[in-house]
Design a protein around this ligand. Structure first.
Ligand SMILES: NC(=O)c1ccc[n+]([C@@H]2O[C@H](COP(=O)([O-])OP(=O)(O)OC[C@H]3O[C@@H](n4cnc5c(N)ncnc54)[C@H](OP(=O)(O)O)[C@@H]3O)[C@@H](O)[C@H]2O)c1
Length: 517
């Protein structure tokens, strides 16, 4: 094993990963001149190269509408690594990958360009004298997802090789649809060309270490799982908060909003991993079966203004980290008629044996007090028999907080005696920090995801029925908000923790939001 490989540095990954080595592979990135390719995809490929995790025969073809010379494209990728890679550009290692990088210009709906792409791949295979698996990474805006898939199909590139049976794969970026109907349409278009096991729908949150660690925390320890149910857990709070506003991407964001951008995908994935039953094995389908089951067990949301389960908000000007910032409506590209939410919160009821009666509160917003993604499991309070007299005893509910970003780790809040001759109590925190225990140079989410797709492990990708189950839950909310227009859209000051109305979701069940941090 390479001394710097992931498993060597993180032995606990062994159980979850199946890094058997990928077959000879040609990766085609559609939208290769874009931001994601430069910031994440190519730096991830470079770091896989450093870790000796790329197949011996590896080719990368960038695809896009603008004509770019091969060498100019390689130079763009060099610059991307220099700017965005977590490890500095190692020219010797990179050169081995770099020499097999090329660029193919063509439209996304231009059948002839896909046919010439297929010929190019055939030539690479002939020169090598062997078949290669073809991996198509669709990294364009969603408006061209469908023509790309269709053209991969009609040019014959989705078919498996006859003799070696090496299959093609497609990786699709988010957003996967705008609602249930469009997600179903996209699934149909994809499944008209690829079999489901060939499809890898990205949710990069699943590539994050702490998110994967959730399965290890739950099912690799015997102390948590016996308590992980309605008998001991009072509520679960999931927060995905950003301190940034929409910046220069206001025009795009305004067509999306917090529910589509964060809740339907990332936050629902965190709910599924927190609430799912133990899978029968670590096989991808077993894990994804359990995730789908629990998403389906979430009750339809009550959309009434009074006592309802959903709250939406939009930030106004305020102070973030002491600096004045503008409101959403003042940001570049936001139409004066906008009713897009920059904050959404929900109270979910999971109607199954394990969770009946335990509310799951989820929230996500922009321009919140600080950047924090976390899952907080709040346990029931101990009976107030011994430590309840007067204000001497500050007995808090035990809480387990799994921090996903920025400080990845796990914190347990428990009650302890304050040293002294009197018996007084105070909640204290027990911390585990990833960076302290394992060092801070952990692989980026995209490294793990690209490698998994190459070796055929779909555990950390979203299955078609999973994305539809999640859209089924949130689409009625989107429709309801559309009908209501600005009515019911709450305001919150930038730099706060969201609209006051979101506190109501919890007060009604005698809970309150945890103050993150
Ligand atoms: N950037 C991120 O950090 C990030 C994070 C998570 C997910 N994503 C998702 O990843 C995908 C790619 O993101 P990105 O930021 O790289 O996108 P991008 O820079 O806006 O676009 C990628 C490439 O697609 C082509 N393109 C742009 N607009 C197009 C249009 N209207 N019609 C046809 N082609 C168009 C352009 O290439 P040519 O002009 O050369 O054809 C462009 O360089 C998107 O689905 C995005 O939602 C991005």
């Amino acid at each position: 094993m390479n001394p710097e490989s992931n498993e060597e540095r993180h032995p606990f990954l062994k159980g979850l990963s199946k890094h058997r080595g990928a077959p000879p592979t040609v990766v085609v990135i559609f939208g290769a001149s874009g931001d994601l390719t430069a910031r994440k995809l190519v730096p991830a490929i470079f770091n896989l190269g450093i870790d000796n995790l790329l197949p011996g025969e590896f080719h990368l073809i960038g695809y896009g509408r603008k004509p770019i010379e091969d060498e100019a494209f390689r130079e763009m990728m060099d610059a991307a690594i220099e700017e965005f890679s977590r490890r500095p550009l190692n020219k010797e290692i990179w050169e081995r990958v770099r020499q097999n990088i090329s660029y193919h210009a063509g439209g996304y709906d231009e059948a002839a360009a896909f046919e010439s792409l297929a010929e190019k791949i055939n030539r690479i295979e002939q020169d090598l004298g062997r078949d290669m698996q073809r991996m198509f990474y669709v990294s364009t805006p969603p408006s061209v997802f469908e023509p790309i898939i269709k053209n991969i199909g009609s040019s014959g590139m989705a078919q498996a090789h006859v003799h070696t049976k090496l299959a093609s794969k497609v990786i699709i970026e988010k957003p996967f649809g705008r609602d249930l109907e469009s997600a179903r349409e996209l699934n149909q278009a994809i499944n008209g060309v690829f079999e489901e096991p060939q499809v890898y729908r990205i949710d990069h949150y699943l590539g994050k270490e702490t998110v994967q660690d959730l399965l290890v925390q739950r099912f690799g320890n015997s102390i948590f799982e016996p308590l992980w149910n309605r008998e001991y857990i009072d509520c679960v709070q999931i927060t995905v908060a950003e301190s940034l506003g929409v910046g220069s991407r206001g025009g795009y964001y305004d067509t999306s909003g917090a529910l589509r951008d964060m809740i339907q995908n990332h936050t629902m994935q965190l709910v599924a991993l927190t609430a799912m039953e133990p899978p029968v094995s670590l096989d991808p389908e077993s894990i994804r079966d359990e995730k789908v089951k629990v998403i389906k067990a979430i009750q339809p949301l009550n959309l009434k203004a009074e006592g309802g389960d959903v709250v939406r908000g939009r930030y106004t000007k305020g102070l973030v980290k002491g600096e004045p910032v503008e409101g959403y409506m003042e940001a570049e590209g936001i139409p004066a008629t906008s009713t897009t939410e920059t904050y959404a919160a929900m109270r979910l009821a999971i109607n199954n044996w394990r969770w009946q009666g335990v509310p799951f509160y989820i929230r996500s917003g922009k321009r919140m007090a600080r950047r924090a993604s976390e899952i907080a499991i709040q346990f029931k309070r101990p009976p107030g028999i011994l430590f309840s007299e007067g204000d001497k005893f500050n007995v808090a509910a035990n809480t387990m907080v799994i921090s996903i970003q920025p400080d990845e780790g796990v914190t347990i809040v428990m009650n302890s005696k304050i040293p002294g001759l009197e018996t007084r109590t105070q909640p204290v925190k027990m911390h585990f920090r990833y960076s302290t225990t394992f060092g801070s140079n952990t692989p980026e989410a995209y490294e793990r995801l690209i490698l998994d797709a190459m070796v055929g492990d779909s555990t950390l990708f979203i299955r078609g029925d999973e994305t539809e189950a999640s859209w089924k839950l949130v689409t009625p909310v989107l429709k309801h908000w559309e009908e209501c227009g600005a009515h019911g859209l709450q305001e919150y000051a930038a730099g706060s923790w969201g609209p006051l109305e979101s506190e109501r979701l919890l007060w009604e069940r005698k809970h309150q939001w945890r103050r993150s941090g």
